[in-house]
Design a protein around this ligand. Sequence first.
Ligand code: CO
Length: 134
Amino acid sequence: MLGRLNHVAIAVRDAEKAAKIYGAAFGAEISAAVPLPEHGVITVFVTLPNTKIEFIQPIGEASPISKFIERNADGGIHHICYDVPDIIAARDRLIAEGARVLGDGVPRIGAHGKPVLFLHPKDFSGALVEIEQA
Ligand code: CO
């Protein structure tokens, strides 16, 4: 049920600026900035051979990552995202095993145009987990 590591997300004040060093120093492929108003963030992806780094920047004070940025002024690792073959089946099994799904439990469309859900960090060793339909 658990697929590959889709991405590691790092929350920052300025996603384009944060991604730049990966392009300049590592020669990595950097995406354009993509605003996701429904999620309250702007994203910039760094593509690696085996996964991606997702820089996320808050849009406005109501953004779900605003408080995280207040606590981590220099940025910090915010969540990890795993592929799952069937997000509804994964959600139902996670709930049956006692994991908490954040929000109303209905998948939303994420940065790659695919459905995503977030899982409570207290159920995953302190790490916020995102699952994405592969
Ligand atoms: Co993500």
